[in-house]
Design a protein around this ligand. Structure first.
Ligand SMILES: NC(=O)c1ccc[n+]([C@@H]2O[C@H](COP(=O)([O-])OP(=O)(O)OC[C@H]3O[C@@H](n4cnc5c(N)ncnc54)[C@H](O)[C@@H]3O)[C@@H](O)[C@H]2O)c1
Length: 256
């Protein structure tokens, strides 16, 4: 028996087999979930995501640019037609222009700030809003965040500010959606080599520092995020909401 037997999960944010959302999808599938996948980025991403959807036996595969409200609404209608209701939504989506992930935060251009906030924060609000009617009672919404929301991480800059807003969004949404017994939580992952992470200047040098300083003395991977997400999608976490759970081998508890 799997933790997620009979649960229908829609996952946003698989771009390739290194994406955190792929690790989440794999772990959820292993726990018995039925998966739907939504991706963005046109045919080049579709070429990578299609075989992943096949591997995971996904019953739904649709493109959706989450910066477009009408596209989200159209996706919600399709998902409603297909599933009737959903038990979990995974939002593993973020973007900021490469040039603002290096140097001084003070130099962030207004347009880049707005792009980062739009894609990395507002997309969660929009998805919660458009999919609320589909989420079953005891449903779960999960997003991905990073420690740069809490402390200054060199070069993370506007993404750190966006993640702080995302974590606040989790708490506000948890109150709104709690009225229907839907939970909203974030997983704060340690650094993992993905396409998005590679956009942060100096990212590679973070990995050995994390494993050296984390209490568990190692780095985390996409399957670790998947394990936590499977728990958050399951009934085992039915009274956990509005939380940010660190999956970082303990790095964040260290003061020195
Ligand atoms: N990799 C890390 O070290 C790390 C650590 C903590 C948190 N995170 C967070 O995890 C999440 C997933 O990132 P990842 O590291 O797996 O990288 P990734 O590049 O594999 O995933 C990012 C995803 O966002 C999607 N996306 C971007 N713009 C979109 C839009 N307009 N509409 C829909 N989807 C869009 C991309 O298509 C991609 O699938 C992000 O929120 C990221 O900030 C990553």
């Amino acid at each position: 028996m799997g933790l997620l037997d009979g649960k229908k999960v829609l996952i946003f944010g698989i771009a390739n087999d290194r994406s955190i959302a792929y690790g989440i999808a794999r772990q959820m599938k292993e726990q018995g979930a039925e998966l739907g996948i939504s991706y963005a980025g046109g045919s080049s991403i579709e070429r990578r995501v299609k075989p992943i959807a096949e591997e995971l036996g996904a019953s739904f595969l649709e493109e959706c640019d989450l910066s477009d409200d009408s596209a989200i609404e159209a996706l919600a209608l399709k998902a409603e037609k297909k599933y009737g209701s959903l038990d979990c939504i995974v939002h593993s989506v973020a973007f900021a222009p490469h040039e603002c992930l290096a140097g001084r935060y003070a130099d962030t251009a207004r347009a880049d700030f707005l792009t980062a906030m739009n894609i990395s924060v507002y997309t969660l609000v929009a998805v919660a809003n458009k999919f609320e009617r589909l989420l079953s009672p005891e449903g779960s919404v999960i997003t991905m965040t990073y420690y740069g929301a809490e402390k200054v991480v060199p070069n993370y800059n506007v993404m750190g500010v966006a993640k702080a807003a995302l974590e606040a969004t989790v708490r506000y949404l948890a109150v709104d959606m709690g009225k229907k017994s839907v939970r909203v939580n974030a997983i704060s992952a340690g650094p993992i080599k993905t396409v998005s992470a590679a956009g942060v200047s100096g990212f590679r040098s973070m990995l050995p520092v994390y494993s050296e300083r984390a209490p568990l003395g190692r780095n985390v991977d996409i399957n670790d995020c998947g394990g936590c997400a499977a728990f958050l999608a399951s009934d085992l976490s039915k009274n956990i909401t509005g939380e940010v759970i660190h999956v970082d081998a303990g790095y964040n508890i260290m003061g020195f």
